[in-house]
Design a protein around this ligand. Structure first.
Ligand code: SF4
Ligand code: SF4
Length: 373
């Protein structure tokens, strides 16, 4: 876990970072506490961060606790991911207006305000890279995504206190960010000292470091940050063996344990909504009652919905088992064929927010492991 050209951002300089980013025209989006959960929202200043909060995760369980310290990033991840901003759940694509003799079709203006994503976790950076590939890596580009993604300034924050459902070390996505950021911070709280070892990942990030007049980080500060990240890595409880995982899952397509596991699944779709890489959508046309106008919407959908695989006359995946299996197989097998990586970054959200606590790592182990009966 090397640090390249690290600087020190003292905790009381965080407000200067906010001021500077705003001066550069960025809306600052980041974690904050609402309704007893960490959510993403517009932040006015560092006090809006989840200062002194820690979250506990287990399958089907989330609790936010105030531990009364002044750390800003001791929580793990909230239920929302950054796709909320780059790939909104509800997107108007076009509007149709009836005129006296015909109708006009108007595309929706799509000039989003540029924003700084503060607090993006290393696994979320990898999820962003995956969505970049999905939306912009092929012949047909998603222009809405590209417009929103274009000006995002990323301040990543490395994870020093992973949660019980995190398995980023298995997916090689964390706990330290290795690319894709403008700035990456590691928070260190040591007695009265509270600072962020700050790495620079782009010329825009370097400009911020220069403008804030940050000092070079000394050896002691770097060693403490490294120690925290090693400890985070070593303390990761949840694991997934990814060696030969794709082949093993494909070999077990007809394993009867799919039925056993999926018998608990409610097909609620929570796992797909919270997943930072899931991207399935449906189209909906809304028409005014008087017939004067109509709009075409793109909405998040889920492969757990029976209608999702509806093709002229019926759904391809009728049973809950076939839909649950499809989701897991897509994340951990088919995605590799489509996009060259797993579709899972090990953030653990689908485990935390599954109302019946189904754990994708346990599923993969059960399906691919030796049979117990
Ligand atoms: S499948 Fe689950 S653990 Fe993997 S990225 Fe999606 S929400 Fe996170
Ligand atoms: S696995 Fe859990 S979260 Fe996903 S659809 Fe089934 S019940 Fe809902």
């Amino acid at each position: 876990m090397d640090y390249i050209d690290p600087h020190l951002l003292q905790s009381d300089q965080l407000k200067n970072l906010f001021v500077l980013l705003k001066k550069k025209g960025y809306d600052i989006i980041g974690p904050t506490v609402r309704d007893r959960a960490v959510v993403l929202d517009s932040l006015a200043d560092p006090e809006d961060l989840p200062v002194g909060y820690r979250d506990r995760h287990a399958p089907g369980m989330y609790r936010l606790e105030n531990v009364n310290d002044d750390t800003c990033f001791s929580y793990v991840v909230g239920l929302e991911s950054w796709k909320k901003y780059l790939y909104p759940a509800y997107q108007k694509l076009l509007t149709v207006q009836r005129t006296k003799t015909a109708f006009t079709v108007e595309p929706v203006e799509n000039k989003p305000k540029k924003f700084a994503a503060l607090g993006m976790r290393p696994c979320e950076l990898k999820a962003l890279a995956i969505q970049d590939t999905v939306f912009t890596g092929g012949e047909i580009k998603d222009t809405g995504y590209m417009n929103r993604r274009h000006d995002v300034f990323i301040v990543a924050v490395n994870c020093t206190t992973p949660g019980s459902n995190c398995f980023c070390t298995s997916m090689k996505t964390g706990p330290k960010a290795d690319a894709g950021y403008d700035l990456a911070l590691t928070e260190v709280k040591d007695g009265n000292e509270h600072y962020f070892v700050t790495e620079t990942g782009s010329p825009a990030g370097a400009d911020i470091v220069t403008a804030l007049k940050l000092k070079q980080a000394g050896d002691d500060a770097i060693k403490l940050a490294q120690k925290k990240l090693f400890e985070a890595s070593a303390s990761m409880e949840s694991k997934l063996d990814t060696v030969e995982l794709k082949a093993a899952l494909e070999k077990n397509f007809d394993n009867p344990d799919w039925e056993t596991i999926a018998s608990r699944c409610l097909a609620c779709g929570n796992c797909t909504m919270v997943c930072p890489t899931c991207f399935c959508t449906t189209m909906q046309d809304d028409t005014a009652l008087d017939g004067s106008s109509a709009g075409r919407l793109r909405l998040w959908d889920s492969c757990h919905n029976i209608e999702f695989s509806y093709i002229h006359g019926g759904s391809i995946r009728n049973s809950g088992m076939s839909r649950y299996r499809q989701w897991v197989m897509h994340k951990l097998a088919y995605w590799v064929d489509q996009f060259g990586t797993f579709g899972c970054v090990g953030c653990g959200r689908c485990i935390t927010w599954c109302p019946v606590g189904i754990d994708i790592t346990a599923t993969a182990r059960q399906i691919t492991g030796p049979k117990t009966s």
